[in-house]
Design a protein around this ligand. Structure first.
Ligand SMILES: [Zn+2]
Ligand SMILES: [Zn+2]
Ligand SMILES: [Zn+2]
Length: 164
């Protein structure tokens, strides 16, 4: 996934621990600014999503959580994921039915995701041209936009280069 300390989505991070720390710090600060409770559970699940360097499924999060908290239920995980999505800390990748950490949680833009079919790498990018194209399309169709998730499937550069 594209990491928080990377200059852009394509450059992988040097030390992913920094990305985790930064993601946790931003979430911590945002919650206190918005007066939201950053509970242990919310903190734990956000960290789990960031720890795997790729998309995470809800049931993997649940079984990880159950290692330390046997009473954790699927509903607990889904409620927490909803909170993290609503506040822009993570994204749901619908085509994979999985979750990734947001690489730029302070700048909510219309993002698009490039998803490699082969290695499952996901990178997050944003482009003002997409924002304005979507605005034009929704206005033209008198449609009220709630949120946009654009998922583009294909092969990443490193998979293409190592194909032979
Ligand atoms: Zn990283
Ligand atoms: Zn994002
Ligand atoms: Zn790939």
């Amino acid at each position: 996934m594209s990491c928080i300390s990377g200059k852009n989505g394509i450059v992988p991070c040097e030390d992913h621990k920094d990305c985790i720390d930064k993601a946790m710090e931003i979430a911590e600060r945002t919650c206190s600014e918005k007066q939201l409770k950053f509970t242990n559970l919310r903190r734990e699940i956000l960290r789990m999503i960031w720890e795997g360097h790729g998309p995470k499924k809800a049931y993997d999060l649940l079984s990880e959580l159950q290692l330390t908290n046997q009473s954790a239920k699927p509903a607990t995980v889904y409620r927490t994921l909803e909170f993290l999505i609503e506040n822009g800390f993570i994204h749901k990748i619908n085509s994979l039915n999985a979750f990734v950490g947001c690489s730029h949680p302070l700048k909510q833009q219309d993002c698009y995701f490039l998803i490699c079919d082969n290695c499952n790498d996901i990178s997050e990018h944003c482009d003002p041209a997409i924002t304005s194209a979507i605005k034009t399309i929704t206005e033209r169709n008198q449609f009220t936009l709630k949120n946009t998730t654009l998922e583009i499937a294909g092969h990443c550069n490193s998979c293409i280069q190592h194909r032979d």
